[in-house]
Design a protein around this ligand. Structure first.
Ligand SMILES: Nc1ncnc2c1ncn2[C@@H]1O[C@H](COP(=O)(O)OP(=O)(O)OP(=O)(O)O)[C@@H](O)[C@H]1O
Length: 228
């Protein structure tokens, strides 16, 4: 496995606030700790701020108040380029709307992180991306991404997040487009990856079968953390 990152990221959030238009408070998380290697679910009603919290954890929200600190890395002290570098090295992210590159085939999407890693790691990441696609049931990696179904796109997005051995896995509704059997297989794969090498997994989900595989489930309601 190509693994260009150090092991064991935990997360500490302090007094995090994210505001939208005209200063409207979208999210307030006074205090949240996630241990290195923990598997955490985030759930709550639509519009509660789950994706916003995941984006803040990924350093994808430009203006936050407070601190989001992965072991040794305080995202609030980094500029956007430095945050991107940290993401490329240490995070695998499954976005709710996948954000695949339609110009690339499924295999190239699954291993796209190779472009940001040293040359010596690239072919191992490509092999890993292909193996992940096969395991997730996408058998022809050279299929045009635009020809994939929603469920297939979702599985390519998960393969992309897992290929390259990122120590932090962030996933937004990773089983939402899958039928039960495929959702369970994917949940097993995510958990197995998280359990390898002490990876930390944070997943937004409404899927009880995925949430019950987590160590802990956080509920967000109206932008507020109501339960830990
Ligand atoms: N870029 C943005 N600018 C302004 N408001 C936003 C932005 N993105 C999200 N919001 C608002 O922030 C709030 C939280 O949205 P978010 O997408 O985080 O919720 P969610 O819990 O993930 O919802 P869902 O389950 O429907 O995906 C909503 O009121 C939404 O309208």
């Amino acid at each position: 496995m190509a693994d260009g990152s150090c092991a064991g990221f935990g997360l500490a959030i302090r007094k995090l606030m994210v505001r939208g238009n005209r200063g409207r408070l979208l999210l307030s998380v006074p205090h949240l700790e996630i241990a290195p290697g923990a598997k955490i679910g985030i759930t709550g009603p639509s519009g509660a701020g789950k994706s916003t919290l995941l984006f803040a954890m990924a350093g994808l929200v430009d203006r936050i108040e407070g601190q989001v600190t992965w072991t040794g890395v305080d995202l609030s002290t980094l500029n956007s380029r430095e945050r991107a570098r940290f993401r490329n090295r240490s995070m695998g992210i499954v976005f709710q709307d996948f954000l695949l590159f339609d110009e690339l085939d499924a295999a190239a999407n699954a291993s796209v992180i190779a472009l940001f890693r040293p040359k010596a790691e690239r072919s191992a990441i490509r092999d890993e991306g292909n193996a992940l696609l096969a395991r997730l049931g996408i058998n022809a990696g050279d299929r045009a991404t635009s020809s994939l179904s929603g469920g297939e796109r979702q599985r390519v997005a998960v393969a992309r997040a897992l290929a390259g051995g990122a120590q932090i896995l962030l996933a937004d509704e990773p089983t939402a487009n899958l039928h039960r059997e495929a959702a369970d297989a994917l949940a097993d794969d995510l958990v197995a990856h998280a359990d390898t090498a002490g990876r930390t997994l944070v997943t937004v989900s409404h899927d009880p079968a995925l949430l019950e595989r987590m160590d802990r489930v956080i509920t967000l309601s109206d932008g507020q953390l109501t339960e830990i």
